[in-house]
Design a protein around this ligand. Structure first.
Ligand code: NAI
Length: 694
């Protein structure tokens, strides 16, 4: 059963019942239409209440039916709404908890709406690059007015039901009211009122609709950037003003169908599903028991340790930071306080909350003080010797069952686990800098990591409001292993004729938040320098442009030294092209005998993005990533890849893998062509006419 039917006191109560949020899937729609027809035919029924079982009135379309023909099979959502609207008896939508998307559109088709306070009301379609396609854009402005409807539909954000007393809702009951009996009572009261009120018969109220719409168009266009949906929302809402109801609905339908076909909407929907898929691990079932995390410890109070500790404090979990020296500890704790105080200054945190969070953060120099923590995350120097000392110590002191995590960005997690007698408890938790801000958390699964430890890490990532993506063990894991190829290409482009600002501008125009050279200056060019020195020993055949070393030899580490690929003025983070660096790059080309040439922005974008795609394909082939969409999630949430392009693997699919492969083969014949060994998987999928995500 996906909609229950009962008659109470001459009122038919239809309860949508499709856990978890009463998504309006085919079975639910069918049952709801049948129940409405049954109520219509039952002479003892005078009125109808439609409500939702469990945790929602309705969350809208059933996401399990997205991209499936079921969504278009009769009775469609449209038919369900028309059935409710066309009933000869009054239908009352009784709303609690969640009423979103198609759920709200259904409610708008009912003659009356009542609610309890605290229900979340939204039309969130724009967040998936769409617009409400079942009459929402036509009915909502007729009920709550043009301005409020436009704000709701263009933002997609939820508002609490009590905000709509007297507008969207005919009645908002006092807090604590039991909804269904109150709704039945309401239905009995209005049972004989005729004519039945219909939202479609109303007019959109506004004193000067055209002027308001013109201003809204300008504002929304500016804010929407590359996304077409917000402006389409405005145009369809404008149709509610300018056109008769039926015509407006037709217009809405056509714009909705148009949006479903846009790359931007496909990318947003891909990201939506990718995020959900990332938490599912085939051999770790959803019911795998998780360990309780009530307290945490962090080793190292440096750049990463402090940010990681803040994540726990933000989630209300007490955390103790361990350092080797009091001075480093004091400095780390002071930085945390400074960060919180900055947030207070920006008005995003109250002073009380700041103090509450600081009270959860303790510091220590003694391992005994962290022995009882449920999880410990090591964030000391990126040096295997230091990691060994720390993990041997943790193995000795930590209570049995504690999770021992490392924030290493490149080192072999299995080796680290081997320093302990409990490798099943060891896992990588790779946060990104700044760790209190960045959404991505790479969860590194070692060869011997316990399934319950992995399940706990995934649950923890949700608690810390991170996007957790599981990676196997390899140098750089998913994100940094790919970015390494991207940075190598950026360097080769300098050797061949480009300058840092051209490279950055080209890729930023493509949509990246920040180009590789600005990113290097922000993160510190010395980090890459250190890694290249290590690689020169481990993998001497791996070539890099020497320009980055020349830069570091001049002490140009980036923003922190006031100079990097760009010049910086004191107290200002804006990059200024550096004549000295540009001259150094040009000189270097001469020194290595490369004749500089004009390089197009198109070539820059292809080389940077396809280097990610090719390495991503290898990562997928080796099983380091479980699915292409996991790789996309890493790049969307941790590396500033443009959301409207869906991530590197999704983007490659939109270009077409044969075209990507052909470009890679072309670059393989060019400067440092050895960096372009096409991945076997890329070749295979291109041959089969398939994509990474299909
Ligand atoms: P950092 O140099 O800022 O901080 C390291 C801290 O560890 C210092 O405060 C140091 O006093 C402390 N420390 C060193 N040995 C210790 C020991 N035996 N016991 C206790 N404390 C000790 O380094 P950062 O940047 O925070 O990096 C830490 C780890 O995080 C490294 O493994 C790094 O690869 C990784 N990581 C760094 C990222 C970044 O952007 N900086 C991003 C992601 C991971």
């Amino acid at each position: 059963m996906s909609a229950d039917y009962q008659v109470q006191n001459h009122v038919a109560v239809i309860t949508l019942n499709n856990p978890p949020v009463n998504g309006l899937g085919l079975a639910t729609r069918t049952a709801a239409v049948e129940a409405l027809q049954r109520a219509e035919l039952d002479p003892s029924v005078k009125a109808v209440v439609i409500t939702g079982a469990g945790k929602a009135f309705s969350g809208g379309a059933d996401i399990r039916e997205f991209n499936s023909p079921k969504a278009l099979t009769e009775p469609t959502l449209h038919t369900l709404i028309r059935t409710a609207e066309g009933l000869a008896k009054p239908v009352v939508a009784a709303i609690h908890s969640v009423c979103m998307g198609g759920g709200l559109e259904l409610a708008l088709g009912c003659a009356y709406r009542v609610a309890v306070p605290g229900a979340q009301i939204a039309l969130p379609e724009v967040k998936l690059g769409l617009l409400p396609g079942a009459g929402g854009t036509q009915r909502l402005p007729r009920v709550i007015g043009l301005e409020a409807a436009l704000e709701m539909i263009v933002s997609g954000n939820p508002l609490p039901s009590e905000k709509f007393a007297g507008t969207l809702f005919d009645e908002v009951f006092p807090a604590g009211t039991e909804l269904v009996p109150a709704a039945v009572e309401f239905a009995r009261k209005i049972a004989d009122v005729r004519p039945l009120p219909k939202v479609r018969d109303r007019k959109v109220g506004h004193a000067d609709a055209q002027a308001f719409l013109a201003a809204a168009r300008a504002k929304v266009k500016l804010a929407a950037g590359a996304f077409p949906a917000p402006l389409e929302c405005v145009e369809t809402i404008a149709a509610a003003v300018d056109m008769p109801f039926e015509e407006g609905c037709k217009f809405e339908r056509s714009r909705f169908i148009h949006l479903t076909q846009t790359v931007e909407s496909k990318a947003l929907r891909h990201a939506f599903f990718a995020e959900r898929a990332a938490s599912k691990i085939p051999d770790v079932p959803a019911d795998t028991p998780v360990r309780e995390i009530k307290s945490a410890a962090v080793i190292g109070a440096g750049t990463m340790g402090g940010g990681i500790a803040m994540n726990f404090a933000n989630a209300g979990i007490p955390v103790t930071i361990l350092e080797t020296k009091q001075e480093a500890l004091d400095q780390g704790l002071a930085t945390i306080r400074k960060n919180y105080e900055n947030t207070v200054r920006k008005g995003k945190l109250t002073p009380e909350k700041c103090e509450q969070r600081m009270a959860l953060v303790k510091g220590t120099l003694a391992y005994e003080d962290i022995a009882q923590a449920d999880i410990v995350i090591e964030a000391v120097f990126e040096d295997m010797g230091v990691k060994e000392t720390v993990f041997r110590q943790l193995d000795t002191v930590m209570k049995p069952g504690a999770i021992l995590a490392s924030n290493t960005s490149t080192l072999d997690l299995d080796k680290i686990a081997g320093f302990t007698r409990r490798p099943q408890d060891v896992i990588g938790l790779h946060f990104f800098s700044p760790a209190n801000v960045m959404k991505l958390l790479e969860i590194v699964r070692g060869a011997r990591t316990g399934k319950d430890v992995l399940a706990t890490a995934l649950a923890l990532s949700k608690k810390l409001r991170k996007t957790g993506v599981v990676s196997g063990v390899c140098d750089g894991f998913i994100g940094n292993r790919m970015v390494e190829q991207y940075i190598r290409q950026a360097g080769f482009l300098l050797d061949e004729g480009a300058l840092p600002q051209q490279v950055d501008q080209a890729i930023e125009k493509f949509g990246f938040a920040m180009g590789p050279f600005r990113m290097g200056d922000l993160a510190g060019n010395d980090i890459g320098w250190y890694i290249r020195k290590r690689r020169a020993v481990e993998m001497p055949e791996l070539a890099y442009s020497k320009t980055a070393d020349l830069l570091c030899e001049q002490g140009r580490f980036g923003q922190k030294t006031g100079a990097g690929w760009y010049d910086y003025q004191a107290g200002d983070r804006s990059p200024h092209p550096s004549a000295a660096v540009d001259a150094m790059i040009v000189r270097h080309s001469k020194d290595i005998g490369v004749e500089r040439r004009a390089i197009s922005d198109e070539e820059i974008v292809e080389r940077l993005v396809y280097s990610l795609v090719n390495e991503g394909a290898k990562i997928l082939e080796e099983g380091i990533a479980l699915r292409a969409s996991d790789i996309d999630m890493v790049y969307l949430s941790g590396y500033g890849f443009p959301l409207y392009r869906g991530g590197p693997m999704f983007y490659a699919d939109t270009v077409g893998l044969p075209a990507v492969l052909a470009a890679i083969e072309k670059y393989a014949r060019g400067y440092h062509g050895e960096a372009w060994q096409p991945a076997g998987l890329l070749r295979k999928l291109a041959d089969e006419g398939r994509g990474f995500n299909s």
